[in-house]
Write a protein that binds this ligand. Structure first.
Ligand SMILES: Cc1ncc(COP(=O)(O)O)c(C=O)c1O
Length: 336
């Protein structure tokens, strides 16, 4: 769909500045393209481990966290009796589990989109299971507390994946639990807060033994020279990323405050860089937004998400365009 304003994939509204792109391209020009990248890019591992206060032996880096999700599920699918997926959540888990013929046990979220923790614990007890917890969750923006996640990990009979793709915007990280539990894998991505979705880079954090096992399944040379050079430059310019996160968080407040003025929609409280919004007629709203050149994500056909649309927090200009378009569709305080 040809929409100039793209608020449908929870991306950062901020691209890398041109001067930095030029510098990266120059480095790329001076690198040999006919030579494989390092098998294990030590410099990159060191930078990531240092920034997140981890040990290099606790991480495995991939071509987006999507690759890491595939690696974990592919490594375990045969042995895995079931994959426990609270739903609705990030669809890639369902997609990959189905493709691998794993048995999927969906645990619906509660009506207010909070997690049904007792039901997840019950399902996750199965020996050899894999339980997926996106916290903050996509597309709802709801999250699990540290204590809730720890309860699930400690009673699980298998592995628990905690996907923290949106953790820079809210929620509670469980990084501190890595040394305590050998069945925990945390996923992180550079696609959201770091604004590098086009780069395709994400990583997993776990205990050394699991990382060693999963390294054997990961494709060799999965990180290309463009990714390696760019990420290295980003780590030398982290203040840019940190400024952008602050701006996104303040834009999120602006968007929430503007949305709260509309009477005919319901915004789900969100810990992420997006909002799930329930309308009376989401098809009508979606089509009208597209007419105004604004693309958001349509969830109308998903279970539990009838009439729901999800909008990413954009730049001030994009957020204003979205709000102004909604104002044309609805009138503040009046019924449709
Ligand atoms: C919960 C969650 N995990 C992972 C990803 C994908 O991350 P990556 O771009 O690193 O593959 C997304 C992207 O939307 C997501 O919502």
């Amino acid at each position: 769909m040809d929409c100039p304003i793209k608020l449908n994939q929870n991306e950062s509204p901020f691209d890398i500045p041109l001067y930095l792109k030029e510098k990266i391209l120059q480095k790329l020009k001076n690198t040999k393209w006919n030579i494989y990248p390092e098998f294990v890019p030590d410099d990159l591992y060191t930078k990531i481990a240092n920034y997140f206060n981890l040990s290099k032996t606790n991480i495995l880096v991939g071509n987006g966290s999507n690759e890491m999700i595939f690696t974990i599920l592919a490594a375990s699918a045969e042995k895995t009796k079931k994959v426990v997926i609270p739903t609705p959540t990030f669809t890639v888990y369902n997609l990959i589990s189905s493709n691998l013929n794993a048995t999927i046990k969906y645990v619906p979220l509660n009506e207010d989109f909070t997690f049904n923790v007792p039901a997840i614990i019950e399902e996750s007890k199965t020996s050899g299971s894999i339980t997926v917890l996106c916290s903050p969750n996509n597309p709802t923006g709801t999250y699990l507390t540290f204590n809730e996640i720890e309860k699930i990990i400690s009673s699980s009979g298998g592995i628990v994946i905690v996907d923290e793709a949106y953790i820079h915007f809210g929620g509670e990280t469980v990084l501190d639990l890595i040394p305590k539990y050998n069945n925990l894998i945390i996923l992180r991505t550079f696609s959201k807060a770091f604004g590098l979705a086009g780069l395709r880079i994400g990583f997993m954090i776990s205990n050394k033994d699991l990382i060693t096992e999963l390294s054997k399944v990961k494709l060799p040379y999965n990180l290309n020279i463009f990714t390696l050079i760019t990420l290295s430059e980003i780590f030398d310019n982290l203040s840019l990323v940190e400024e952008n996160i602050k701006t996104i968080l303040s834009e999120k407040k602006f968007l929430a405050s503007e949305l709260s003025k509309f009477k005919d929609l319901k915004v789900i409280p969100s810990e992420a860089n997006f909002f799930l919004i329930k309308f009376f007629d989401s098809n009508f709203v979606f089509a009208k937004l597209v007419e105004d050149g604004i693309l958001i994500r349509d969830y109308n056909s998903y279970p539990m998400l009838e009439n729901c649309l999800r909008v990413s927090v954009g730049s001030r200009k994009e957020n204003e365009a979205f709000i102004n378009s909604l104002k044309k569709i609805f009138k503040y305080g009046e019924k449709l």
